[in-house]
Design a protein around this ligand. Sequence first.
Ligand SMILES: Cc1cc2nc3c(=O)[nH]c(=O)nc-3n(C[C@H](O)[C@H](O)[C@H](O)COP(=O)(O)O)c2cc1C
Length: 359
Amino acid sequence: MQKSLKIGAYTVRYPLIQGGMGVRVSGGSLAGHVAKCGGVGVVAAAGIALNSPFFNGRNYMQADTAALKAELKKAYEIAPDGIIGVNVMVALTDYEDLVKASIEGGAKVIICGAGLPLTLPELTAHAPQVALVPIVSSVRAAHLIAKKWHKGYGRLPDAVVVEDPDTAGGHLGEKLENIGTGEYDQYATVRGVKEMFRTEFGADVPVIAAGGIWDRADVLHALEQGADGVQMASRFVATVECDAADSFKQAYLDCKKEDIGLIMSPAGLPGRAILTHQEDVVAYDQDNATVCTTNCLKKCSFKESGERFCIVMSLDRAQRGDIETGLVFCGTNAWKADRITTVQEIFDELFDAAAEKAA
Ligand SMILES: Cc1cc2nc3c(=O)[nH]c(=O)nc-3n(C[C@H](O)[C@H](O)[C@H](O)COP(=O)(O)O)c2cc1C
């Protein structure tokens, strides 16, 4: 597969973005190794303060930006010339600070989902070389962002990720009742977004398909169906280099297809996860009478009324290895993980990277 991917000023050797995985599942190690292998490596900003040396229990926001910059540094130590980006959820309270810290830390790409990043070009105006990539699940959302950016800032996205709510992991950009109905068409949406940019703005904007992409056949299918590249997250969890604890990775190896399902997150969005211990995840905060200490999300039903559970703490417990009371986010294909591999082996399988190097 010879196809490279152009995102703004950057040419990525292989048409792959590693999906950001919050709360230190994709930290500097995973992002650095993906970038070293020729993809876009992505540090996820959400909850990065937790389990970092910068967090003392009271300084979440301050520790978030410091930890993000430290993870970017780690990633660049692994891949000094790599293309390394940051995933920042718009729903985060410190979204704007994390965008600024991404730039200070040298991120080449900023990828934003969980909300519409309508003012992102303004926040990054001092760093025009940084590529801006919104994540959407509909043509409508892509159009709204494009109109606002074009009119307000004379700029269009450098690429758009189209995330399929029927297959992707983590928080999903669709109402619970609309997920899994069979109505969503991932590649019709990819082509629709591509077409919208062509007809409305006369621009060829790269569109990246995300959700449910696991092997080489899936990548080839995505490219045949009109995507310019793929974003893959779950596939990179069961790797030596992934930043999560071994038992988090083991949960992927152990899970069965029917263990994977949907939860309603206190963020007000559905999320896809391994549901085996979901009762214990919810019970943890009730049993321990936990209250919100981080204020991590702008809107959160746990913060506001103690309803459900604390999303960031439950994800943090899982990332550290407590998969009994911790929440393990994953995409629908996570059950396909059958061994711990390396990031390089994944690139070799997906893109014949080893054969290309030898040639
Ligand atoms: C453990 C995990 C954590 C995730 N965290 C985030 C996140 O912080 N921000 C985000 O935009 N997407 C997040 N996602 C979504 C991924 O970046 C990606 O788009 C999606 O999972 C792609 O589907 P796949 O996992 O089937 O490859 C997460 C996914 C997983 C599996």
